[in-house]
Each structure stands twice: as structure tokens, then as C-alpha cells.
Design a protein around this ligand. Structure first.
Ligand code: COA
Length: 282
């Protein structure tokens, strides 16, 4: 629950625009004239946006996209790199920390489902948001690229690590080492996005996916994604132990008591079969 001082009304709505429709928060990078490159304005505003949206009860799912022709052209080469590099080292460090904070940890463990809707150019640092979101849908004509090699840097932030986790070694190294661009269809083929669709279907398909996620038990959904990310780094034995504990914790903390209801519906009432859809949340 949020109030006027901390809720949606407190957002600057400048570098990042936020609207909420039927439980879906549409978060739009808003520097179309700079192809939504991530400058300090976007970085600090996104920290604030995520703080607000995670506590906003009216929001069940977050979609991240860009205004104009771009999802994002990555980090702003002038305002994120050149100017801060020449400025005060403490301010530079603060900016980099805020950036990795929202692009990585906050996105990965965000307590609500997140979808990247890639509407156009998607370069470099933008891959971090793309892979930080739980799911992704792209315009089939969107252009993706790990362009860093072409101008003498490596995909840093945490982009290389994210790409290594998401793609096969062959695909990851190919795109990292050549800097070659590819379209939405290829992004789907290599598993970088879930679906690539014609531009005119992008919003409708994203909305449908968001609605599907919002039908699920939010407590369990949150635990599923947390467990997924943590267990990737664990040994098999540790993962089994962690999942047993997480499973108990999820049941214990579930205000809907979904697992008891689901079992009752299947075993006693014969009113629902898990293989045929979501259990009734009434
Ligand atoms: N950092 C800073 N400014 C950027 C930027 C970035 N990553 N990407 C685009 N811009 C700026 C351009 O400098 C230009 O500014 P100007 O109008 O003051 O000259 C403006 O955004 C529009 O860019 P432009 O190149 O004219 O648009 P385009 O539609 O022809 O091309 C791109 C779009 C995305 C293909 C091209 O801008 C590009 O290659 N950007 C760099 C992408 C990149 O390598 N990102 C990795 C960063 S980690």
C-alpha cells in the first residue's frame, strides 16, 4: 500500500514514464531523441520507479519498454561514461552502483513478474534489462547488438555474465566477438526473447502475457523466480535443501493458502485438474 508521498504520484515522469492499466505497469524509457540511452537521469529515476512499483498494490506485473524507435541504445556514452569518468570519482562510483543496482539485482529479484517489450534498437547495456526481466517479447524487426567490440570496450556492467548465462557459448561469443546485429526473429531463435511478433501485435501479445502471469498466485510466482535465480549458483545438494526450505516457507507465507486449496479442488471437490489450467483463486 502506498500513499501520495511515496506512491505513483511521487514519480517524476520525466526520463521514465509510468502508467498503470488493469494491473500492468507500463514503464517506458523516455529519451527517444537519444534512443533511450541510459543516462544518470534514467538510472536514478528507475531506482525510484522500482521502489514505488514493488509496493504499489494496484500493480501485478511490470512491462519495460522504450519511447519512440528504440528499446534502448545502451549506456549513454557521453553522460554515463565520458562525463562521469572525467568528474568526481565518488559521484562516478555512486552512479555505477545505482546502475548495477537497478539493472541487475533489483530486476532479477523484483517481487513482481517483469516483461521486457523490445520495440526497437536494443544495444549493449540494454541487454542487461532485457535479461534482467523474467520474460521478453520483441518486435520481429527490432535490432539487437553487442556493439561494444566495435568501439574498443567489452560488454561490461554485468552484460557479459548475463549473456553467458542466457545463450550457448557459440552464440554468446559470436555476438560478443563480432558485434554483428540481429533481428527479433533471431533473438527468438537463440533464446534471447520468448517471442518475436509483428510490430502491430507487440502490445496485445505483451498484455496477454502479463494477464496470464497475473492469474497466478503472486506469492508463489515470486518464490518461483527467486528459487530459479538462487539455485542456478548452488550445488545439487544445496539446491535440494534450499528448495525444500523455500517450499515450506512459500506455503507458510502464502496468504491465499493456494496449495491447500489446489489439493482440495483436485482431490476432494474434483473441480480442477492442474494440467488443464490455473487453479481457481476465489
Ligand atoms: N550514448 C549516447 N548517445 C547516444 C547513444 C548512446 N549509447 N545512442 C544514440 N545516441 C544519441 C546519438 O549520439 C544522437 O545524438 P545527437 O542527436 O545529439 O547527435 C541521438 O542519440 C540519435 O542517434 P542516431 O545515431 O542519430 O540515431 P539512429 O536512429 O540513426 O541510430 C543507433 C540509432 C542506436 C543504431 C545508433 O545511435 C547507435 O549505434 N548508438 C550506439 C549504440 C551502442 O553501441 N550502444 C552500446 C552502449 S553500451
Amino acid at each position: 500500500m502506498t500513499d501520495q508521498a511515496t506512491g505513483l504520484a511521487s514519480l517524476p515522469q520525466k526520463n521514465v514514464l509510468v502508467t498503470v492499466e488493469e494491473g500492468v505497469a507500463w514503464v517506458k524509457f523516455n529519451r527517444p531523441e537519444k534512443r533511450n540511452a541510459f543516462n544518470p537521469g534514467i538510472v536514478y529515476e528507475m531506482v525510484q520507479v522500482l521502489d514505488v512499483l514493488e509496493m504499489e498494490d494496484s500493480v501485478g506485473c511490470v512491462v519495460i519498454t522504450g519511447a519512440g524507435e528504440a528499446f534502448s541504445a545502451g549506456q549513454d556514452l557521453k553522460e554515463y561514461f565520458r562525463e562521469p569518468d572525467a568528474g568526481h570519482p565518488v559521484l562516478r562510483e555512486r552512479l555505477h552502483k545505482a546502475n548495477s543496482g537497478w539493472q541487475w539485482r533489483r530486476m532479477m529479484y523484483f517481487p513482481k513478474p517483469t516483461i521486457a517489450m523490445v520495440n526497437g534498437w536494443c544495444f549493449g547495456g540494454a541487454f542487461q534489462i532485457l535479461l534482467g526481466c523474467d520474460l521478453a517479447i520483441a518486435d520481429e524487426d527490432a535490432t539487437f547488438g553487442l556493439s561494444e567490440i566495435n568501439w574498443g570496450i567489452i560488454p561490461a556492467g554485468i552484460v557479459t555474465k548475463s549473456v553467458a548465462m542466457a545463450l550457448s557459448q557459440r552464440k554468446a561469443l559470436y555476438y560478443i566477438m563480432t558485434g554483428e546485429t540481429f533481428d527479433g526473429r533471431t533473438a527468438e531463435d537463440i533464446g534471447l526473447v520468448n517471442f518475436a511478433v509483428p510490430k502491430e501485435q507487440l502490445v496485445a501479445r505483451t498484455t496477454a502475457l502479463a494477464k496470464k502471469l497475473m492469474e497466478k498466485n503472486p506469492n508463489v510466482l515470486r518464490a518461483c523466480k527467486t528459487a530459479y535465480h538462487y539455485t542456478r549458483e548452488m550445488s545439487w545438494d544445496m539446491a535440494a535443501e534450499y528448495l525444500a526450505a523455500k517450499s515450506d516457507q512459500t506455503k507458510y507465507r502464502d496468504p491465499e493458502d493456494g496449495s491447500t486449496k489446489g489439493m482440495k479442488q483436485f482431490l476432494d471437490e474434483k473441480s480442477y485438474r492442474p494440467g488443464l489450467g490455473a487453479y481457481r483463486r476465489d
